[in-house]
Design a protein around this ligand. Structure first.
Ligand code: ATP
Length: 308
């Protein structure tokens, strides 16, 4: 597809949860989280074209057949929310080129929303500033503020209360993607059931929710060997229950040379941490030889960024 020169182009990254601790469900369905996000070099590209009304099309390297193009699309919601918040009397035609697997646990839809906010703000000249963008992002979804900022960050609350985390150097990851996505709300519900949380969840004692110091130390040191044993995801057992094949994939990656493997977010994407770029390239090839789709990415990378 040719992209016209009157487009504003914004690129936003997918994310991995290096650590994901999940607390109780609240009445609104959200859970308290203690998480560490890292933005990785797998990107969504959003192009915003001047238009009188609102429309959207989706294309990409990944299967986009399940992505809605109406108001259910987070990027469309982002554009309309910005227009309403600023009173701008304009529309936009959005073209999303997806590089992040759909329903893969890597926040692709959130990246589209963050990119659409930045793109429309530039297209319309609304200039809401970084605080304004952050507020709108948090209203759109818990992962949207992080993809706006990128890098490595601790997420508290629903994941949207961000504190930047110092991460030295670069971490090499190999992602194993799946043809079939997983529904984030269903994985959270499944975890609640596994933990025996019934309707009386509000009365249950709170779970301790903190990111372990060891995770932050390993990131600060830029040391993949130190990070590997402390990576953790509370959602993993729920994702594996739904998709038992993930257990075999996790074991295969470690057997073939990964330092450690983790289900990303609500899955089913698996992120394998590798010692260095060479080890990641070798693992990617080994995993592909077993018939799996494997991608070598690195982090941390920038959040949503205008491409000039
Ligand atoms: P997260 O990790 O943030 O929970 P995810 O990476 O597992 O999410 P997404 O690809 O972001 O999943 O989207 C999940 C669902 O949301 C899709 O199946 C689709 O129905 C809907 N959706 C809405 N907007 C988008 C979008 N822009 N891109 C992809 N899916 C979208």
């Amino acid at each position: 597809m040719a992209y016209r020169s009157d487009a504003v182009h914004v690129r936003a990254p997918g994310k991995i949860n290096v650590y994901l601790g999940v607390g109780h469900p609240h009445d609104d369905g959200y859970h308290s989280l203690a998480t560490v996000f890292q933005a990785v070099s797998l990107f969504e590209d959003v192009y915003a074209y001047p238009s009188d009304d609102f429309s959207l099309e989706v294309t990409g390297d990944v299967d986009v057949s399940d992505v809605p193009t109406d108001d259910r699309n987070l990027a469309m919601r982002a554009a309309k929310m910005l227009a309403q918040a600023t009173g701008v009397d304009a529309g936009v035609h959005l073209v999303i080129r997806k590089g992040v697997p759909v329903a893969g646990g890597m926040g692709g839809g959130s990246a589209d929303a963050a990119a659409a906010l930045v793109a429309c703000d530039a297209l319309w000249g609304t200039d809401v500033g970084s605080r304004g963008l952050h507020e709108l992002a948090a209203r759109l979804g818990a992962d949207v503020p992080f993809t706006l900022h990128g890098g490595t960050a601790i997420g508290a609350g629903r994941g949207d209360e961000l504190t930047p985390a110092l991460a030295r150097g670069r971490f090499d990851w190999v992602l194993v993607t799946s043809d079939q996505g997983l529904s984030t709300p269903e994985i959270y519900r499944s975890l609640d059931r596994l933990r025996g949380f019934g309707d009386a969840v509000a009365e249950d004692p709170p779970l301790s929710l903190d990111v372990p110091v060891g995770v932050l130390q390993a990131l600060r040191a830029g040391d993949a060997h130190e990070l590997a044993p402390v990576m953790h995801n509370d959602l993993e057992r729920a994702a594996v229950l739904d998709r038992p094949d993930l257990e075999l994939a996790l074991a295969d990656g470690v057997r073939l040379g990964a330092l450690s493997g983790i289900v990303s977010g609500s899955g089913p994407t698996i992120a394998f941490l590798c010692a260095d770029p060479e080890a990641a390239r070798a693992l990617q090839q080994e995993l592909r030889a077993t018939g799996r789709e494997a991608l070598h990415v690195h982090g941390p990378v920038h959040g949503a960024q205008l491409m000039l």
